[in-house]
Design a protein around this ligand. Structure first.
Ligand code: MRU
Length: 347
């Protein structure tokens, strides 16, 4: 099961808004529709939106009327801006768009048809690499889950949030595949409920033992000694290890520290943004307040009640026990270990 694929001239993706009730697919024929699918969270999760954007760029190249490589590059830059504007926090989106723009600007292709074919191959490669990298992260992190462990997880970081396999839930999956017996507490993750709708759907399919918990119950379970390790994903990691992830991650980190519970983020090196000195520089998306007052079209309050809806928060690096990457588990001092992991060194 891949969350996003290239399908005969279009981008096809699982419609994550319909889960867990229906496994529906969206088939998008324009780059505008791909950008909208990222903004409205038909596809979500940092690596998955990176892959969707890469295929969106390949689609844009195919549909551009340009007859010269320079003209096509101009069109692609505009489409890249459109895709980048869809969601600002996850760096994988801009990372994927940049990868394709660099290929278009490389001078490697001297006619538009070859460039179009080259961009599609590059997008496919980004999607394939994501799956391989997630499996490597799973292998690197599986040992963090001991037999009998109780794992706390936030949001959805599984196959749906990536092209396949997952990041933090990829670690969960690797431990499960290794035959380790353990239990996962899934934060429901308000307001979009990625935990109760998507992570629970994935763990049901995998046969991993889990319970959904209200976000507000995490501290209770820590106090009751029902959490041995916290595993979360990341949308952008700054060079000092501060990282943005789904709203609520920061308070989990503080509670884990208060209870002496190890707290790990699991993120591929494509999520690490060495250009940022600290988490203070990470742009935080604020989404429409109707997601809080009227989740999935179900009104909780009268329409005119006011609400705020930041989609991510930033956790300072000192709360982290480590960051699991495909090149090993980066530990403090993160400015050194993350630089080495991004350079492809084993950390
Ligand atoms: O708003 P979302 O659902 O796209 O947020 C997703 C997360 O915060 C994940 O933890 C993150 O993308 C890493 S998952 C591979």
């Amino acid at each position: 099961m891949r969350s996003v694929i290239w399908d005969d001239g279009a981008v096809k993706m699982i419609d994550q808004r319909a889960l867990p009730w229906k496994l529906d697919y969206a088939r998008l024929n324009t780059v505008e529709a791909v950008a909208e699918s990222i903004a409205n969270m038909t596809v979500r999760g940092a690596p998955a939106i990176g892959a969707a954007a890469a295929f969106g760029m390949a689609l844009a190249a195919r549909q551009s009327p340009a007859t010269t490589v320079a003209g096509l590059l101009d069109d692609l830059r505009q489409c890249g801006d459109l895709l980048n504007a869809a969601r600002p926090t996850a760096v994988n989106l801009a990372w994927a768009v940049n990868q394709l723009l660099q290929i278009a600007a490389s001078g490697e292709f001297n006619n538009v048809d070859d460039l179009r074919a080259g961009l599609l191959l590059a997008a496919q490669q980004i999607a394939d690499d994501d799956v391989a990298i997630n499996r490597r992260m799973g292998a690197q992190g599986a040992g963090l889950i001991r037999p009998g462990a109780k794992v706390l997880h936030h949001c959805n970081t599984g196959a749906l949030a990536t092209v396949d396999y997952g990041t933090a839930l990829g670690v969960v999956r690797a431990a499960h595949e290794a035959g380790v017996d353990f239990h996962v507490l899934l934060d429901e993750t308000r307001p979009r409920l990625q935990g109760s709708r998507l992570s629970a759907w994935e763990l049901e399919r995998l046969g991993v033992s889990y319970d959904i918990i209200p976000d507000t119950a995490a501290g209770y379970f820590m106090q009751q000694n029902e959490v041995d390790v916290v595993l979360v994903g990341a949308d952008r990691v700054a060079s000092n290890g501060d990282f943005a992830n789904k709203i609520g991650t920061y308070q989990l980190a503080i509670m884990a520290a208060a209870h002496g519970i190890p707290f790990y983020s699991v993120a591929p090196t494509s999520t690490i943004d060495l250009s940022l000195a600290s988490g203070a520089d990470i742009p935080i998306e604020e989404r429409d307040s109707s997601e809080v007052t009227t989740p999935y079209g179900n009104p909780i309050t009268p329409a005119h009640f006011k609400a705020r809806n930041p989609a991510f928060d930033v956790t300072p690096n000192h709360y982290l026990s480590g960051i699991v990457t495909e090149n090993g588990i980066a530990r403090a001092p993160f400015s050194e270990s993350l630089r080495r992991a991004v350079a492809g060194e084993q950390v």
